[in-house]
Structure formats: C-alpha cells, structure tokens
Design a protein around this ligand. Structure first.
Ligand code: NDP
Ligand code: 2IT
Length: 445
C-alpha cells in the first residue's frame, strides 16, 4: 500500500466520526502521492502522520447569561494545527453546526492556504456552536467576553492569531479584542485580525477575501484566454465573502445574477443591485428574501441549494462547505459553466470536484482562491508590528500580487508533478512543500 493510503486508512480509524475532516484530508492526501515518491525521506520522518494530527486541540465551556436572565452554555474550541512556518493563524466560526470535525477540516485546509500566501503564518481554526442569529448585541457581547475569558490564555501575537469566519465579523472581533485587552492589560493589537480601523485594523481586510477570489479567478481566466467582461456569474451566500466577491466581479464587468442565504436565493436577471443587498445584510442583518420585495423583476426562491440550477458562465460558491454536490455540479456543467471559484471553504464535494475537472471546467480550489482574506490578515499583523499603516491602495495592490503569485505557484507545482493544469493538485502540493521543508528542518516535534 502506498504511504498516503496507509496514512489515510489510519486517519479513518482514528477519526471515525469526523466526515468533514476526512473529506478534506482525502482530497489533500491523494494529490500528494507524487511528492512522497520524489521525497522518500518524508516517509522516514513520519511527516504525513504528524501533518494530519493537530499539534493541540483546546475545548472549553462558554457560559453566558441571555437577555431574559437565563444561563446558556456553549462549547468553545481552538484547533492549533500546525506552527511549522509561523504562529497559528485562522478564523473563528460561530454557527450552531460547529463541531470538531468541521474545525479540523478548516484547520487542515488553513495550513496549506497560509503556506500558499508566502507569508509566515501557521494553521489554526476555532469557534463555537453559538448562533449569533437573532441574538441582541448585548448577548453577543456577553458571549464573546466569556469565550475570550478562556481563549486568551492560549493565544497571542506570536502564538496564535484568530480572526473572523462565518458568524464572526467586525462586531464580534471588537468585543473579543476588548475582553482580551482588559484581561492582559497590554496593548497587543496583533493578537486578532479583522479589527476596526480605529484600533489597529487594516484597510482592505473587509474586502480582501471576496476581492482576492476575483483576482485569482481573473488570473485563471487570463491564462486560459478568457476574461470576466460580460460573463454571467452566480454567487451563493450574502455575507462578507459573497458581498465583496460581487462588488469586484461587477467592477470587472461581469453580471452577477444570484445571491443567497441559508433560507433561499434571489435571481435578478438585470444584475444584482449590491447597495440593496448591503443595506439588508450589513445595514440591519436581514434576510435575502427582502431583496425581491424591493427590486422589481427579481425573484426569490425558497431553499438555497437550487441556486446552482441557474445558468451561468462562472459559479462562485461563497456560503459554506458541501453546498455544491454532484447534482448541482451536473446542473452547472449542463448549463455551460466555464469556471468555478471557491470563496467558501470546501464548498464542493469530492464528487463535484471530480465532475468539474472531468468536464474541463476551470476550477479554483478554496485554499488558493480564498487565501486573500488570511493574506491580508497577515498584512494587518505586519502593520501592527511596525506600528504603521498602509493606504488601501497599497494593501489591495499587495493582495492582487499575492493572488497572482498563488495562481502561478499552483500552476507550476501541478505541471511539475505531472497533473497538467490542475489547480487542486497544484494548491495542495505547493502549499505542502513549504510546510514539509520547515517540518523536516525542525526535527521530530
Ligand atoms: P458570513 O457569516 O459573513 O456569511 C455567511 C453566508 O453564508 C451567509 O449568507 C449565510 O447565510 C450563508 N451560510 C452560512 N452557513 C450556511 C449553511 N449551512 N447553508 C447555507 N448558507 C449558509 O461568513 P463569511 O462570508 O465570512 O464566510 C463564508 C465562507 O467563506 C465560509 O465558508 C468561510 O469559511 C469562508 N471564508 C471566509 C473568509 C473571511 O475572511 N471571512 C476567508 C476565507 C474563507 P445565513 O445568514 O442565512 O446563515
Ligand atoms: O478561512 C479563512 O481563511 C478565514 N476565515 C480567514 C482567516 C484569517 O485569519 O484571516
């Protein structure tokens, strides 16, 4: 049995109840097989067995009191997966579905994504099964304060630097930072990223993941002699990533016709009016359904999965994991989709990715295509260390350079290891090689 197969079999036995983690590991491990053939010393060093095992997992109780005076208890986590190339770095997700399987899949992806940025950040992820939806600001604040009262002892600007993810945006980062600073009585603003501009945040971080996705997709289309100009684009989600993906897609001349939330999706044949979406989602945390009530000619459909039945040239899943299954992929392919760019983490199932690649659809995998968010987080850390800040133009121009470089690295690694133009394999290999080199240099730890 090949090394990667042996390690994957063992991983399945060790983690039988973690389907998302195994899914992410399977996709990564099997594209790494040629790397281990070229580097037999990696197997001797038990590199892959160590790579798939988090360095540390922290799980804790998060008690808080709701507005009615009732005690609520949630579960908090931080997965400190790999620190070979820098402090653990990765977002916090607050969503009722959060469990260890989901955070370990996200943490594993994050190691390679962070490596691809070429910046010195290791991989981590955390969060809670707390649901911010429908909670008052005061409840969210009390929850964040309780969460940080445990988390603070495990993080720090040189140890582990959390940021946002689903359910964690500027409001939550503000409350988390306030509590960290209060406990530590130190001005360590590099401990979190995604901060407000008045207390150490970086210009461009809010837009970075969505804009970065479009910079990556633009480059992928360019090397395949296409552009976004005049293309019809379907986007899922209507959160941070989706909104700024839409903004940049429109700026590049595409027509975005869908957006969604967990209840359903909107279709606007005239092109989404983003100011209306921003008003609904950023203005008052409303539901996407309201768009159809406000914009004539648009339609709302209940159920978010059906969004992928819409005819489009480019699909940008920006909501959550496994939102494109094989049936959705088949529908997109039948409708003539030319490119898929993953804004969300692991939005396509393994079967869906396979179908896209076999059909010759250009496919930009999440760990490369959505790396702009964490890359800009690392730029925020740099600015915090320098006690200086760059202009928005400077940050976005660095971001664009990073995204183009990631595409080049993915293409090069894929071709070098015999996969042709396959950005899934290329992202895994290019990301892994740097981590592997650092792990080999640091001994058996
Ligand atoms: P937000 O919380 O801002 O938005 C999430 C969006 O996705 C909302 O529209 C939400 O709808 C929808 N959504 C969430 N869960 C589900 C679900 N189970 N089914 C259907 N729709 C769902 O999060 P982000 O925009 O930050 O994150 C979106 C994706 O991008 C995630 O996969 C995240 O890991 C990834 N990502 C985020 C980065 C960042 O910088 N923020 C960086 C890189 C990747 P509803 O409001 O109804 O829940
Ligand atoms: O999945 C991701 O890359 C993020 N949620 C962003 C992490 C970060 O540290 O900015």
């Amino acid at each position: 049995m090949k090394y990667v197969e042996k390690v994957f079999e063992q991983l399945k036995q060790n983690n039988p109840n973690e389907p998302e983690f195994l899914q992410a590991a399977q996709e990564i491990l099997f594209t790494l097989a040629p790397v281990f053939e070229a580097h037999p010393e990696y197997e001797k060093a038990g590199l892959l067995e160590r790579f798939v095992e988090p360095e540390r997992v922290i799980e804790f109780r998060v008690p808080w009191v709701d507005d009615s005076g009732k005690v609520q208890v949630n579960r908090g986590y931080r997965v400190q997966f790999n620190s070979a190339i820098g402090p653990y770095k990765g977002g916090l997700r607050f969503h009722p579905s959060v469990n260890l399987s989901i955070l370990k899949f996200l943490g594993l992806e994050q190691i390679l994504k962070n490596s691809l940025t070429s910046l010195p950040i290791g991989g981590g992820k955390g969060g809670s099964n707390f649901d911010p939806k429908g909670k008052s600001d005061a409840e969210v604040m009390r929850f964040c304060q309780s969460f940080m009262t445990e988390l603070y002892r495990h993080i720090g600007p040189d140890a582990d630097v959390p940021a946002g993810d689903i359910g964690v945006g500027g409001r939550e980062i503000g409350y988390l930072f306030g509590q960290y600073k209060r406990i530590k009585a130190q001005s360590e603003n590099g401990v979190l990223t995604g901060k407000g501009l008045s207390y150490g945040g970086s210009l461009g971080r809010t837009e970075a993941t969505g804009y970065g996705l479009l910079f990556y997709v633009q480059e992928m289309l360019r090397v395949n002699n296409m552009t976004l100009e005049g293309k019809t684009v379907c986007i899922s989600g209507s959160g941070n990533v989706a909104i700024f993906a839409c903004e940049k897609a429109q700026a590049l001349g595409a027509k975005v016709v869908t957006m969604s939330d967990s209840n359903g999706f909107i279709y606007d044949p005239n092109g989404i009016q983003l100011d209306v979406v921003k008003d609904i989602k950023l203005g008052h945390r409303g539901r996407i359904k309201e768009y159809a009530e406000k914009v004539a000619g648009s339609v709302y459909t209940e159920g978010c999965r059906n969004v992928w039945q819409t005819k489009c040239d480019v699909a940008l899943p920006c909501a959550t994991q496994n939102e494109i299954d094989l049936d959705s992929a088949k529908a997109l392919i039948a409708n003539g989709v030319k490119a898929v760019g993953e804004g969300a983490n692991m939005p396509s199932t393994l079967e869906a990715i396979d179908a896209f690649l076999k059909a010759g659809v250009l496919f930009a995998p999440a760990k490369a295509a959505n790396a702009g968010g964490v890359a800009t987080s690392a730029l925020e850390m740099s600015q915090n260390s320098m006690r200086y800040s760059w202009t928005k133009e400077e940050v976005l121009s660095k971001l664009q350079g990073i995204m183009v470089n990631i595409h080049t690295a993915c293409q090069k690694a894929s071709e070098e290891y015999g996969f042709g133009y396959n950005l899934v394999a290329g992202a895994n290999i290019a990301g892994f090689l740097k981590v592997a080199d650092a792990m080999m240099a640091q001994g058996i730890v």
